[in-house]
Design a protein around this ligand. Structure first.
Ligand code: DMJ
Length: 458
């Protein structure tokens, strides 16, 4: 186990207290102030370390493998996953020469006319979201043209009897496959598709994504929960396990954010009834700590006491929707999960405090929630926690060739993978936590689930 810092000890000792703050530590000891400009500069420097290695060893490919320093393409040919995912972060960090070079690569080399089946969810959040956000930041019309082309190529995915999207679509032929899906994949489209409709004036994108979102919601159980796996042709549930984790997570996130981005009252109503059910059946109090576990969507009976790196986005959504009390309590639990081994595992059994899945995939969610909570509370402890997590992140994941995932947070053995979301999200949220607020005016944008800020309607 990692030797705890004074701040960690304070948090660990005081999480049982019924406080609404990050933890009762705030009341016990005043933490040392963070030097925010210095931290922002450090984050930028480490981002550049990863980016420069990508440029050197994998330029033009989807990703860099940071241990072997070899490129990786998801589908055998590149869709420029890292360049597109990274572009808005390069712009926000003020790295103009790098951003210009990246934009030129995308403008001249990115083509979606490829005979490959792509995963609709990932391509939507990373590429469509990345292109739209970068277009809004730079005004480069080629980025919007690429987004429009991509959006049209993804549309055949919605041609199912229910309107729920197939999981894969062939970018060239429009052929589809993958009928067993989940709420995250059927309900995480409206921010990107809606923005595409807004920017192109073509309503078809919003309409298809909204129908899929509503179709997911309509299949909730009588007690208001959704399950883990659904057949998109029949609309029947295959797995009735309900939770806020991977496979469902961003469905809830998009119900709320659809309201914030587009002012869509249907989304607001769906959010209200969904969050009421979630808050009734999923929270679990263990020794004064708040966790969100699993329950059966039909009975509400507890099925698992697990929480993980992916679940750690939820405090951000709770805070954004106005529930600061639950947000802060759950965030304190996320920090407990991180502190067990000095970096968070993929899945933890929060009752036994035993690791269920030991990897760390360089995930951003806990940092994202720290950023949101700092934004809403201005509590300096969130910046302090951000600094501590960044130190851990650098200590355990930095390699010569960039940043590497961990096979195990217990042994700290590295894995040869650096997902593109490290550039889109992990570094971006660390940076925004310390950067001056005018770097990105929070109230003027809504982040998609890949950390791409999309402009709100005035
Ligand atoms: C990202 O691609 C997105 O945040 C998605 O919603 C969940 N998984 C990764 C990051 O962990």
């Amino acid at each position: 186990m990692k030797a705890p810092t004074l701040f960690r000890v304070i948090v660990l000792l005081t999480t049982w207290l019924p406080v609404t703050g990050i933890a009762a530590g705030h009341a016990v000891a005043e933490p040392a102030a963070v030097n925010a400009p210095m931290m922002a500069a450090r984050v930028k420097q480490q981002f550049l370390h990863a980016w420069n290695n990508y440029v050197r060893y994998a330029w033009g490919h989807d990703e860099l493998k940071p241990l072997s320093k070899k490129p990786r393409d998801w589908y055998g040919q590149s869709l420029l996953m890292t360049p597109v995912d990274a572009l808005d972060t390069l712009v926000l960090m003020g790295l103009k020469p790098q951003a210009d070079r990246d934009r030129k690569l995308i403008d001249t080399k990115l083509s979606f006319d490829k005979n490959i089946y792509v995963k609709v969810f990932e391509i939507n959040i990373r590429l469509l979201g990345g292109l739209l956000s970068a277009y809004e930041l730079t005004g480069d019309p080629r980025l919007l043209a690429l987004a429009d082309d991509l959006g049209k190529r993804l549309l055949p995915a919605f041609n199912s009897p229910t309107g729920l999207p197939y999981r894969y679509v062939n970018l060239r032929t429009g052929a589809v496959r993958g009928v067993d899906s989940n709420p995250a994949e059927t309900g995480t489209l409206i921010l990107e598709f809606g923005t595409l409709s807004k920017l192109t004036g073509n309503p078809v994108f919003y309409a298809k994504a909204k129908r899929a979102l509503v179709a997911t919601y309509q299949r909730r159980s009588p007690i208001g929960l959704v399950g883990d796996e659904i057949n998109i042709r029949t609309g029947k549930w295959i797995d009735t396990d309900s939770h806020i984790s991977g496979g469902i997570d961003s469905y809830y996130e998009y119900l709320w954010k659809c309201w914030k981005l587009f002012g869509d009252k249907d989304c607001l109503a769906m959010w209200h009834s969904s969050i009421a059910a979630v808050n009734k059946y999923l929270p679990d109090e263990v020794d004064g700590s708040l966790w969100y576990g699993h329950a059966d969507m039909n009975t509400g009976k507890r099925t698992a006491t697990e929480y993980g790196a992916l679940d750690a986005y939820f405090p951000a959504v709770l805070a954004f929707s106005g529930d600061l009390e639950r947000a802060q309590r759950l965030q304190a639990s996320s920090y407990r999960m991180w502190d067990l081994y000095g970096i968070e595992p993929e899945v933890l059994n929060y009752r036994s405090m035993k690791v269920v899945s030991p990897g760390y995939e360089l995930r951003p969610e806990i940092v994202e929630s720290t950023y949101y909570l700092y934004h809403f509370t201005h509590d300096p402890e969130y910046r302090l926690r951000g600094q501590e997590m960044f130190d851990d992140f650098v200590k355990y994941c930095r390699t010569d060739g960039g940043y590497a995932a961990l096979k195990s947070v217990i042994t700290k053995r590295k894995r040869d993978a650096m997902e593109s979301y490290v550039f889109a999200e992990t570094f971006k949220y660390f940076y925004l936590l310390f950067a001056p607020p005018q770097t990105l005016i929070f109230n003027k944008v809504v982040f998609n689930t890949e950390g791409h800020p999309l402009k709100r309607l005035p």
